[in-house]
Design a protein around this ligand. Structure first.
Ligand code: GMT
Length: 378
């Protein structure tokens, strides 16, 4: 099929899922056209059936806010006509779903029927989408997309709850490409970071408030008071300077390393003993799944879709949001006993395998196949 994928180009979250899905679809023989305002961060390969189309928005003195959604709709209309797309699959409802639906309406006037598949990722529903200025547009987009998928059952239920919609929402979870995410032999790297055999705790995120990175640091302080350990913080974002200050002012400042944005996350995860994800809300927690694929157990909050990924007492532990005492106790339970740690590592990998890309790819293809090749109204 010829598939248009509309996504954010940024590191992390929906943009990564969309890009990895598009790459896998292309490897499976589909022609994939990415549409975004800049080249997606993970679109780092050349393939004869992958195309990238940049949406550029005309700058004009009248526009304090350039009309990206209009430009995106125009780009989709043009692509459907020139590249004969069979469907568009938009990732993150705002503003991608409404832009694609506008394109659908325009194309219909020309006798072209464009199926629109919308994948909900999380904050497009739980934080931004239910904000009153967006709410009606998001509800309309959900109800008028030809298919809607959510990355967890929790997000599906949140969507039904917030938007009082009765439409069918398919749950298709996020996935792992095991050819990339697997535990790699990185002993030299581990030795450099933890020369005395310290345990390595890791957190990766976009350093937004919703990630509660201060809780990561608070859990680490409690762990570090008990066992020799190091904390690796990967990523960047609005909270970073505040967290750096908290770390610097603590007695453990030399044990906390800020690594910034990293491409080869799997190499760093490979030296980890424990992953921390204490988020306020998390529709899925892809970062936790990536850690688990590299055999790293997870201490997380018990929120949103995380319990569908991290199994309490098996692949890690779940605690109420903000309960740093319990998170630290659970971290110590895992880290203080080598046999326990090994068991959790094994379980983490076993659970991650349920989310293998090859399984999930088929679920997306099944959704696309509902529409088949593009049907013209003429
Ligand atoms: O929160 C992020 O890291 C970014 C955000 C996004 O949409 O780009 O992530 C959401 O989508 C990810 C991919 O489906 C999920 O794994 C994250 O759990 C989700 N984030 C939240 O719900 C806070």
């Amino acid at each position: 099929m010829k598939i248009g994928i509309v996504c954010y180009p940024t590191f992390g979250g929906s943009g990564v899922v969309a890009t990895e899905l598009g790459k896998a679809l292309a490897a499976n023989g589909h022609e994939v056209h990415f549409v975004s305002y800049s080249q997606p961060a993970r679109l780092d390969i050349f393939s004869e059936n992958i195309f990238y189309h940049e949406v550029s928005v005309l700058q004009y003195p009248l526009f304090d806010y350039a009309p990206y959604e209009t430009a995106l709709a125009g780009k989709i209309v043009d692509l459907v006509k020139t590249a004969s797309l069979d469907l568009v699959h938009v990732h993150y409802a705002i503003p991608h779903a409404s832009a694609a639906l506008l394109a659908k309406l325009i194309l219909r006037t020309e006798g072209i029927e464009l199926p629109v598949v919308t994948t909900l990722h999380g904050t497009d529903i739980t934080l931004v989408g239910k904000e009153s200025t967006f709410e009606d547009v998001v509800r309309w987009s959900i109800e008028n997309s030809d298919a809607v998928t959510a990355v967890s059952n929790s997000l599906r239920l949140d969507t039904i709850g917030y938007f009082h919609t009765t439409r069918n929402i398919d749950v298709i979870p996020n996935f792992i490409d095991f050819t990339r995410f697997n535990k790699k032999a990185k002993d030299h790297f581990k030795k450099a970071i933890a020369p005395n055999g310290e345990k390595i705790l890791i957190h990766t995120s976009n350093f937004r408030k919703v990630k509660r990175i201060e809780d990561v640091v608070q859990v680490f302080f409690r762990v570090a008071a008990d066992i020799p350990s190091k904390l690796l913080l990967i990523g960047d974002g609005p909270e970073r300077s505040h967290i750096e200050k908290v770390a610097r002012e603590s007695v453990y400042s030399d044990r906390i390393l800020f690594l910034g944005k990293q491409d080869a996350i799997e190499e760093i995860l490979s030296v980890g003993d424990l992953f921390l994800l204490p988020s306020e809300t998390e529709s899925f927690g892809l970062a936790a799944l990536e850690a688990m694929a590299c055999e790293v157990p997870v201490i997380s909050s018990n929120t949103g879709g995380i319990p569908e990924v991290n199994i309490n007492g098996v692949t890690g532990f779940l605690s109420n949001v903000g309960d740093v005492e319990e998170m630290a106790e659970n971290a110590l339970k895992i880290l203080s006993d080598e046999a326990v740690l090994l068991e959790f590592k094994k379980n983490a990998l076993k659970q991650a395998k349920k989310f293998d890309l090859n399984i999930v790819l088929k679920q997306y293809e099944a959704v696309y196949n509902r529409f088949g090749k593009r049907a013209s109204l003429n």
